[in-house]
Design a protein around this ligand. Structure first.
Ligand code: NDP
Length: 247
């Protein structure tokens, strides 16, 4: 029960890594807001959280739209009274080689992945500053550290997340708000499961631990960063990638 009675907002919490974070935080005693655009899946995740005995609120939150985020946050504060933890997890890809990448593909990915994290971080900082406590965890990616052909928009957005994490950590530290990032490598999701076996094998050969990570591997690091155990850590990016990227 490392998060007993805390309130956590998980953006993109309906499925994938966000869902795993939402469920683990609930198991550890937190009440959860699943902020997403996929309301059908968000409600399914909320049902699972309620079966663990915790409160769960599915909240329509297009992270790219600041006005909607402010509105959602006011509703959350009305219903649950506070926000202790924000996990900026919502993220999308629209891959293309540089010369073929359209302005729309660039803008869409930057709007959700980077502006979305800024919007949510800005909105929750106000109540967190008032309560003189908070934890913000941004989901980056190793692609934001090493780059990847075909992902100019995605890699720039994830590198931006890492820089945003450091600046927010410096600005909010005096108010007892810790801001950290988690940078996953290849995580076993619906997306990786669909890749042909030989491609999956080649990808695994690049990973020293020889396997993909699970959404739960990422969730466990988020839990650590949200818990008391990480109270002296801020502005850091923790890589969860089976050893692919070593500084
Ligand atoms: P998924 O696509 O499985 O889930 C993302 C969730 O976010 C979906 O429910 C999606 O809704 C929702 N979402 C999309 N756009 C928005 C928006 N504008 N506002 C709110 N919610 C939105 O993603 P993953 O679980 O794979 O990834 C989660 C995070 O982890 C992302 O930031 C990703 O970049 C990062 N990551 C993932 C890795 C991986 O291997 N999977 C590796 C490294 C980093 P919908 O269903 O409608 O799309």
């Amino acid at each position: 029960m490392r998060l007993k009675d805390k309130v956590a907002i998980i953006t993109g919490g309906a499925r994938g890594i966000g869902r795993a974070i939402a469920l683990l935080f609930a198991q550890e005693g937190a009440d959860i807001v699943v902020g997403d655009v996929n309301m059908q899946e968000a409600e399914k995740t909320c049902l699972e959280i309620r079966s663990l005995g915790r409160q769960a609120l599915s909240m329509e939150m297009d992270v790219a739209d600041y006005a909607k985020i402010e509105g959602a946050l006011n509703k959350i504060l009305d219903k649950l009274g506070k926000v202790d933890i924000l996990v900026n997890n919502a993220g999308i890809t629209k891959d293309n080689l540089l010369l073929r990448m359209s302005e729309a593909e660039w803008d869409a990915v930057l709007d959700v992945n980077l502006k979305g994290a800024f919007n949510c971080l800005k909105a929750v900082s106000r109540p967190m500053i008032k309560q003189r406590a908070g934890r913000i965890i941004n989901i980056a990616s190793i692609i934001g550290i090493i780059g990847n052909a075909g992902q100019a928009n995605y890699s720039a957005s994830k590198a931006g997340i890492i820089a945003l994490t450091k600046t927010a950590a410096k600005e909010l530290a005096s108010r007892n708000i810790n801001v950290n990032a988690v940078a996953p490598g290849f995580i076993q999701t619906e997306m990786t499961a669909k890749l042909p076996e030989d491609i999956q094998q080649k990808m695994k050969e690049m990973i020293p631990l020889g396997k993909f990570g699970s959404p739960e591997d990422v969730a466990k690091v988020c839990l650590f960063l949200a818990s008391e155990e990480a109270s002296y850590i801020t502005g850091q990016t923790i890589v969860v990638d089976g050893g692919m990227v070593m500084a």
